[in-house]
Design a protein around this ligand. Sequence first.
Ligand code: FAD
Length: 403
Amino acid sequence: MRDNRGWQPAWRKAVPRDGYDAVIVGGGGHGLATAYYLARNHRMSRVAVLEKGWIGGGNTGRNTTVVRSNYFYPESVALYDLALRLYEGLSRELTYNIMLSQRGMLIAAHTPMQMEICTRIANAMQLNGVDGRLMDGAEALQRIPLLNQTAGARFRCLGGVWQGRAGVARHDAVAWAYARAASALGVDIVENCAVTGLLVEGGAIAGLKTTRGTIRTGRVGLAAAGATPGLAAPAGVRLPIHTYALQAFVSEPVKPVLDTVLLYLGTGTYVSQSDKGELVFGGGLDRVPTHGQRGNLPAEEAVISGLLEMFPAFGQLKLLRQWAGVVDVVPDSSPVIGPVGPAGLYVNCGWGTGGFKATPAGGWLLAHLLATGRHHEISRPFDLDRFARGRMIDEAAGSGIAH
Ligand code: FAD
């Protein structure tokens, strides 16, 4: 193994065939997990994942890697905790180290009203059977000694909600692990293949037009994040999704200073420390809808000032990198999973700022839909028809944080 030769590719570089039993559009975490669970759970291996660029090159490889299931509504908890449980066994199942680190997460409050919100979330989590509890300010300070609790601090921490099973996982490893496992089960992972249109015949999906030719299939799963509405629109499907830039930031590496994930309700800024020592942090969306993967200065200023309010000491650090992803946001801050438009067409999208943590569940549920044509009970509430039925699952309102 010299001169960078002799490596075994982790997955086959597949050439698209003329037809498949099912095709998944989008080689992000959700698309790749869907392919793996189609092959593993449903024994379907005449399956392709079509990715316009390289796998994991969308939001999957751009996120800040936080995983958790500290949600408010029972529907959300069922979804995100399925994902967390699958994550807990994933390195072993896929024989690939996804570097899951369940270091715990504190959603911190700095006003009595925010403590009320945290109490509500903690109660809801316990009622929904998920680990979560209220933490007071003294314990928060003990866990995170660098928190600014001085008399002059603008955002003193009064405590918050703690979830011990939350943490971080290596995002690109999750994509690579699913790709390798799916490929080993016979799935074709086709990179550099953009889908340009849907073929619909007699009210049902008949195939896809791509930059590498036409592919026939009766079942299509769209898992293309912010590109999904544009792909589905020609089939008469209107999805309630707007795309926004969401930025992430990484500092220079330092010795261990923070061994949990922290999110501050008041500023929206959150932070964790990577295994390399970098502080990885982010916050709210850029305000103006866009498809540009850049991000703008006002949002950067808000995130960085939020971090420094919490940790003035971090003001000494250099910012190493900044980037943005384009996230797909639904008005009630919950994903859309289910059938849409012509028979055989399904979507898994609208994960907004929080779909990395849902990756295994999103794949599991879309695979179930593609294989059986029916909802799994966990995906049912996330069908697009919730807008017609008035059964929105507004997590931003419920738990005070979107996604
Ligand atoms: P993607 O990974 O975006 O995959 C979609 C794929 O579809 C892309 O690879 C794209 O190239 C492909 N595609 C698009 N159009 C076509 C086409 N026409 N033909 C073929 N392929 C196509 N979530 C968390 O849970 N925790 C976090 O800490 C977190 N932090 C985040 C921080 C930032 C800065 C960002 C941007 C996002 C963050 N998220 C987080 C959200 C999370 O990254 C996403 O919700 C999740 O990765 C979505 O995965 P996906 O597979 O649906 O989409």
